[in-house]
Design a protein around this ligand. Structure first.
Ligand code: BGC
Length: 525
């Protein structure tokens, strides 16, 4: 999921004294595992909705269409069922609604408690799904999973940024996306393993095993300490200092602690984030908060992540082949994310975006054409093994392109560009838009497959091209720019400089300077 981190307004270039303690790495690892529960959901539903035992129990009409060899039926439409899509997409609708209010809990109850709540609700959802007797139980279970995901994903990136030492913050931020991809991969693997069972146990195990990442995050967050920022924001100054000493592994944390006090005071003064965000001077950030997550979903990535097994089955792969393909795709997704983690601070965000986009576009056009040639629009598929592998290879290259560009970068860029004054509001918009478009893609996919047929690949390919042009024209490079200087990148930009008038930017910079001098004054007093 595309969520960002609330990063402190202190300089990204600043290195506070301290060690990278094993304690902080372990806590970050546990918190990042929130990405696991999100990824598990993304990966599990496609495999389950292609299992015959699951379809025959809950969606008999889809099952009949799939089984009965009706020569006149359009094969692209054999999985088309509003109820079946509701199973997949209900989770994202629940997460969308929850994420609008979860930020309040995260602020008042703390990040640790939000992750705990998320883990428990998610656990209940997975148990309900694993034990489901009817469609209602399935959908209620999915809704609980969505609520859990929203809580955990709202709090975890925040927590990671607050606990991480400054020099590891970017990497740990992307660690969250890495956990999402690991969750997707585990789910693909489990679907493949359970598909060997012939009775109802296959889908029950696949859905019920979501309890494992849920337990990790639930138990983990019981033992997680609260972040110093969260303790501070809730008035526990002494505990915040003690925690800072513990995670930095040194007794003298004065410098970072003072910045923390200042940041927390500044945050208290920011009361109107929602009205600020619509001001003209924040237009670039608002546009990015809406368009980046929307365009990320319009790359069509979740068509592959949710429905790869269904898609491959539709175009003639056997059940086994469909699930193996999903496992391979999951692996490619996970390892390609590492490419971004290790290169983003060297080659920058724009180069990765501008390389990843065209790579995805070309692969989508080739994949669509390969399906069109072999399958046409209504004939039965007759794909040779070699041809099928060829097709899979292009889908994998497409996924790799996403995994080192639009996947992790969208989360990272959002965590860098929102100034303190609008951060909470912009963050909520970013998460909600992401969930909204995930919901739309999940809900519309099977119908689109039915109507657009192989053209589905061209449709999303078109969006990838538009998105790449958008990045090329409108997204400035943010590599190595301290967060408090970020306002200046819009001023230097050919287009945004016309929207963000000079005085706005100067005023912005003046505000930063004013805050800095106020802080210095406070510390002298
Ligand atoms: C997106 C998810 C997607 C995942 C794939 C995330 O950044 O937000 O929607 O399923 O990447 O790895």
């Amino acid at each position: 999921m595309a969520v960002g981190a609330c990063v402190s307004a202190r300089s990204t270039k600043k290195v506070y004294p301290g060690k990278t303690t094993p304690f902080v790495l372990i806590t970050c690892l546990i918190a990042a595992s929130s990405g696991l529960i999100f990824g598990y959901d993304v990966g599990i539903s496609g495999g389950v909705t292609s299992m015959e035992s699951f379809l025959s129990k809950f969606f008999p009409s889809v099952y009949r269409k799939m089984i009965v060899a009706d020569k006149n039926a359009n094969p692209y439409c054999k999985f088309d069922s509003q109820l079946l899509t509701a199973f997949t997409s209900s989770l994202y609708l629940a997460a969308l609604i929850t994420s609008l209010s979860a930020s309040n809990f995260t602020r008042t109850l703390g990040r640790k408690n939000s992750m705990l709540i998320g883990g428990i609700i998610f656990l209940l959802g997975s148990l309900l799904n694993g034990a489901a007797q009817n469609v209602a139980m399935l959908i209620i279970g999915r809704i609980l999973l969505g609520v859990g995901v929203a809580f955990a994903c709202q709090a975890a990136p925040l927590y990671l940024s607050e606990m991480a030492p400054v020099h590891l913050r970017g990497m740990l931020n992307m660690g969250f996306q890495l956990m999402i991809t690991f969750g997707i991969f585990c789910a693909n693997l489990i679907n493949y393993a359970t598909s060997k069972f012939t009775n109802n146990w296959n889908w029950r195990i696949s859905l019920g095993l979501a309890a494992v990442p849920a337990m990790i995050i639930t138990l983990g967050s019981i033992f997680l300490p609260d972040s110093p920022n969260s303790l501070m924001a809730r008035g526990h100054h002494d505990k915040a200092r003690t925690m800072l000493q513990k995670i930095r592994g040194i007794p003298n944390v004065d410098e970072e602690f003072d910045d923390l006090v200042a940041a927390s005071d500044e945050l208290k003064m920011v009361q109107h984030a929602w009205s600020n965000v619509i001001k003209r001077k924040y237009r670039p950030q608002l546009v990015m908060a809406v368009l980046l997550p929307a365009l990320q979903q319009l790359t069509g990535i979740n068509v592959i992540m949710f429905y790869a097994p269904v898609l491959f089955k539709t175009i003639g792969f056997g059940s086994n082949g469909s699930l193996i393909s999903a496992v391979i795709i999951g692996l490619v997704n996970m390892f390609s994310t590492l490419v971004s983690i290790f290169t983003v601070d060297k080659i920058g965000r724009r180069s990765l975006y501008l390389e990843g986009g065209p790579q995805m576009f070309i692969c989508q056009i080739i994949a669509g054409t390969l399906i069109a040639i072999n399958f046409g629009s209504s004939e039965e598929a007759n794909m040779s093994k070699l041809y099928a592998w060829f097709l899979l290879a292009f889908v994998c290259i497409y996924v790799a392109g996403f995994a080192w560009s639009w996947g992790p970068l969208t989360i990272l860029v959002a965590s860098e560009i929102f100034p303190l004054e609008i951060r909470t509001a912009a963050q909520s918009i970013f998460i909600s838009v992401n969930m909204f478009f995930t919901f739309i893609v999940a809900q519309a996919f099977l119908q689109m497959l039915c109507h657009f047929k192989f053209g589905l690949f061209y449709f999303f390919g078109g969006w990838v091209m538009i998105s790449t042009v958008f990045v090329y024209l409108f997204l400035p490079e943010t590599k190595n720019i301290p967060i408090e200087k970020m306002a200046l990148v819009w001023k230097d930009h050919w287009f945004w400089s016309k929207i963000v008038a000079d005085d706005h930017v100067h005023k912005e910079q003046d505000d930063v300077d004013e805050m800095e001098s106020k802080k210095r004054l406070d510390s002298t007093i």
